[in-house]
Write a protein that binds this ligand. Structure first.
Ligand code: APR
Ligand code: PHB
Length: 395
């Protein structure tokens, strides 16, 4: 079998790349280890930057997103018995975010790929990449199948096979682990507030989010290694109440919890994001803690850059943009790394923090919620910085 671009992984990065390449007349095959049902049901974050929305709409996969996504023009930071709104409309006029579950993006992308006769293969075992240091790389999978390609895109997430296939000594990993995780639940209940609430309490962080007028999404900071079995529904609701019902007049509506999970928090970057004819995109190359809601948005930004570089390669044979792929992505990646780390340290409780550290954190929160300049820094990063290529409609 032969294709132009072999794509490993059918998460948002691999699927969007395949679709953007198709729009440029470039062929690809996507190889995914899990089933279609599994990837369509995998619950992740749900905040899309304006640039992500524009990219998906320009790619023709934004119809349901525009219909069902919830535009938000602010978030609340809640601590010390009061709520403080970060008003995007005032701080970053004309920019907003859209709340739309990542698995909905995945469903829309799969539907678009299949409608365009795209080659997306699910439940593919034993994927391995070969000869990536040459200009004739290939992928093997299943019981002895082989896919020859010009280029391989490693879109297989943090635990994938492509990054570890790069020879030792090429990559430098930059990493930070946090001593806590997020316990996330989806509940069939109307959101208790119109906007997201990021709550900092002495007992830990909590987040009120949503998916639709009927479904709310919540997260609780819990110790790393937490077992879901220790968190029956009553305990989840009691803890959410304690951490969120901290301002006068706010009461949390409860309902049936129908999905739950624990996600460790990690910061990670592998540099460079390429080797030979293998290009890493999305979580395969970098991870951010979810506090800044940047994971999916960074994956989209990588894929835009890679699409532009591959389009140039196929147009005139030049590898100039491909050679500069990693450098072009890493500026934004590191900005998101800093923002996500910063939001995480601003809002979580760290066991290692002494009383002095907690005072610093509160002072920082007071500054962010009282200074227009500090609030604008948060808002500008949260809604997403403009793309380097300056094209809001996509590559
Ligand atoms: N072979 C084939 N597919 C694989 C393999 C493998 N060996 N290993 C992993 N995969 C698949 C996974 O099953 C998954 O579907 O690669 C896909 C990677 O998708 P994601 O983890 O969603 O990563 P990405 O597409 O980069 O999207 C980034 O996802 O993790 C979230 O918060 C993150 O929002 C961000 C987004
Ligand atoms: C979510 O709704 O899943 C969500 C929202 C904001 C975040 C992270 C996750 O920072």
């Amino acid at each position: 079998m032969r294709t132009q671009v072999g794509i490993i992984g059918a998460g948002p990065a691999g699927l969007l790349l395949s679709h953007l390449l198709h729009l440029r007349g470039i062929s690809s095959v996507v190889l995914e280890r899990r089933s279609r049902e599994y990837v369509e049901r995998r619950v992740r974050a749900g905040v899309l930057e304006q640039g992500t929305v524009d990219t998906l709409v320009a790619a023709g996969v934004g119809e349901r997103l525009l219909r069902e996504g919830l535009p938000h023009r602010g978030i609340e930071l809640r601590y010390g018995g009061a709520g403080h709104r970060i008003a995007f409309e005032r701080l970053v006029p004309g920019r907003a975010i859209t709340v739309y579950g990542q698995q909905e993006v995945v469903k829309d992308l799969i539907a678009a790929r299949l409608a365009a006769d795209g080659d997306v293969r699910f439940e593919v075992d034993d994927v391995a990449v070969h000869d990536i240091g040459t200009d004739r790389p290939y992928v093997t999978f299943g019981g002895g199948e082989r896919l020859d390609c010009d280029v391989i895109a490693g879109c297989d997430g943090f635990h994938g096979v492509t990054r570890p296939s790069i020879p030792d000594g090429v990559l430098t990993a930059y990493e930070r682990e946090y001593p806590f995780a997020w316990l996330g639940v989806l509940a069939r209940v109307e959101p208790s507030a119109e906007e997201l609430i990021y709550a900092r309490t002495e007992r830990g962080f909590a987040l009120h989010s949503m998916r639709s007028p009927e479904v709310s999404r919540f997260y609780l900071q819990v110790p790393a290694g937490t077992d879901l079995a220790d968190w029956p529904d009553e305990r989840v609701w009691a803890e959410l109440r304690t951490r969120l019902e901290t301002v006068p007049g706010f009461s949390l509506a409860t309902g049936e919890i129908f999905e739950r999970g624990v996600t460790p928090l990690r910061s990670f970057v592998a540099e460079p994001m390429q080797y030979g004819r293998l290009y890493l995109a999305g979580d395969a190359a970098h991870i951010v803690p979810p506090t800044g809601a940047k994971g999916l948005n960074l994956a989209v930004a990588d894929v835009r850059v890679l699409t532009g570089a591959l389009a140039r390669f196929y147009a005139d044979g030049s590898t100039e943009l491909l050679d500069g792929y990693s450098a072009a992505c890493l500026k934004r990646v590191w900005r998101a790394q800093h923002f996500s780390w910063w939001m995480t340290t601003l809002l979580h409780t760290f066991d290692s923090d002494d009383a002095y550290g907690r005072r610093l954190q509160l002072s920082h929160l007071d500054y962010v919620t009282s200074s227009e300049a500090a609030a604008a820094t948060l808002a500008e990063n949260y809604v997403g910085l403009p793309y380097e290529d300056g094209d809001p409609a996509g590559p």
